[in-house]
Design a protein. Sequence first.
Length: 400
Amino acid sequence: MTGKTKTKGVIAILTGGGDVPGLNPAIRAITIRAIREDYEVIGLRRGWAGLIEMIRDKKVDNSNCYIPLTEEIVNRTGRTGGTFLHSSRTRPSHVPKDLVPVHLKDKYTDEINDLTPEVLTNLGFLNIDYLIPIGGDDTLSYAVRLYKEGVKVVAIPKTMDNDVPGTDYCIGFSTCITRTINMTNTLRTSAGSHERLLVLEVFGRYAGYTAMLPTMAGAANRCVIPEYQFEIEDLARLLINDRAKNPSNYAVVLVSEGAMFKGGEMVFQNSEKDMFGHSKLGGIGDLISSNLKSLSPKFNKGKQINYIHQKLGYLVRGGDPDSIDSIVPMAYGNLALDLILKGIHGRLVVLKNGRYDNMPIDVVTSSKKIVNIRKYYNTERLRPYYNSFEMSPLFIMTSE
């Protein structure tokens, strides 16, 4: 439907969920290889949203839903962060009534609507032969649904939390870790100058990898993660002891946004949920900070200790990719094309045990990838174990 003569076929790419550095290099790698292998490439805009908002009429301008990709377009953006195709948290199988596109409102009138028939018809309208979604477990769980509906899907894992099952590495994770370490080292000068506790909240809804790896690398004294509910008094005692041992009189803790006090629940900004049922997290760092301050006299000879609290948030997912998030997306994109050239689909490209490979796509929905606390997290010390790393992969903690 793009007006270009079809050769071997048409490949569509989309990016869904949160943005991370490395998406544009992946799009670039897929597009350049595909064009050179004599495929046409289409970029679907705003994740799955482009496929439900499209109007099947040749006379209608659907440029807000898809764009033909060329080497010139992807070369211009291939070294930058974010995704020039844009993204969304749209879930076509669970679209609320008020978010159903205007042209479909008469057809879909339930409170929650499954627009998968529209997605399938729109893929046919665009003559899509293969679909390459790049996303986390939410985006890719819907890709599994489409594969079961007969769509030829080859998926690429992306998430700064590194929690897509089946792969040791997801696009965006390395840059997130690099930024977290750099920003922690920047903020520690203020913590030291004022002899405070430094509390940094990082992303990580269900998995604590983004707090664990920087702590293991020496960026923080302690970390609290979603996989283990912690006692705030234990954290206060450990941090204040760390502070006393530090000649500059400060200590650092990294807090996953999904971390929970013992017997408590996740802390949400509000009750609003996205189409995948997730409320926006945020606020556990504030609660930990205030509790540490109030508890500090108990472990500091009656004297109160103040704190610096910083939510790193989007600062670690914006900007250009680091070297790993430039190389891995390039490799993943080419792996996806290798599979397509062999006529293989229903796969997830992965890094496993230091090697590029692929797995059945339904691995995404078969399990949850979280930190194995028995193996990696010292629950008494609230920090990673530092055991033998012999034969471990690059980022130590992986899918089991």
